[in-house]
Design a protein around this ligand. Structure first.
Ligand code: XBP
Ligand code: MG
Length: 238
């Protein structure tokens, strides 16, 4: 792209972001690079439960195509002809994992990605409405953002829709459609901020233009048709 075209592209991007009625943000991979903490929490839960499972980064990168921790555990268990865990055992294993995730975040935190804090502050200064649309749980959102943004983090967001609030997780559009319904806005009035192919598909199926901020586990996903693809949110709307 020529420099002149890049300047125009950047200006259009800034104007489009500034004119959106609402900005709807994903959490894992978008606000913070949390998936390595999730992966560690899964492995600690497996060990605590006496399972000889261990998800290395290559295995986890493949399993991340399955949205949702409980669904991810089930997908891994079903690699065997005779799965070993019942639904109740998967739910209990995921509860342990979620507790480990919260403990890991509380112990070491997981910093916001570059540009996220400024992006949220700019939106607030413009008087734009902010929402969250994520696959993870409310508990995990609170664990992450109460450290990263402070205990009053929820005051920033008008509505928060998590994975278990809707019938289907990403790439289904359910979380985004629920956010739109709660905000009373049309898709074209909003912009979604995502990091993964599943998240981009969910926002796109809901008709919402998406900004992609490439993350560690999804850098190679196909984001053709995204409004904007960036390495991170630094300077995107300054
Ligand atoms: C990412 C996910 C989640 C997390 C793990 O969510 O797919 O499943 O990997 O969290 P998003 P849970 O990018 O939509 O924020 O174990 O709570 O599912
Ligand atoms: Mg994500």
């Amino acid at each position: 792209m020529s420099e002149a075209l890049a300047v125009i592209h950047t200006r259009v991007a800034r104007e489009t972001i500034a004119s959106a009625r609402a900005l709807i943000l994903d959490v894992d991979g978008t606000l913070a690079e949390t998936e390595e903490v999730h992966r560690r929490a899964f492995n600690e839960a497996f060990a605590e439960s006496g399972l000889d499972w261990f998800w290395d980064q290559v295995t986890y990168a493949r399993l991340l195509r399955v949205a949702g921790g409980k669904e991810r555990i089930r997908a891994f268990d079903q690699r065997n002809p005779i799965p070993s865990l019942s639904f109740a055992e998967i739910a209990e294993l995921h509860r342990i994992k979620t507790a480990r995730y919260a403990a890991l975040i509380a112990a070491g935190g997981c910093p916001l990605r570059p540009g996220v804090r400024a992006f949220l502050g700019n939106a607030r200064r413009r008087g734009q409405r902010l929402a969250i649309a994520t696959t993870t749980s409310h508990g995990n959102i609170d664990a992450l953002l109460s450290v990263a943004l402070g205990l009053d983090w929820a005051d920033l967001f008008e509505t928060i829709v998590a994975g278990d609030d809707v019938p289907r997780k990403k790439p289904a559009p359910d979380v985004y459609l629920e956010v739109l319904a709660r905000l009373g806005l049309a898709p074209a009035d909003c912009i979604a901020v995502e990091d993964s192919g599943n998240g981009f598909a969910a926002a796109s199926q809901a008709g919402i233009p998406a900004i992609i901020t490439r993350s560690a586990y999804f850098g190679d996903d196909d984001f053709a048709g995204a409004f904007l693809v960036v390495d991170d949110l630094s300077g995107i709307d300054d």
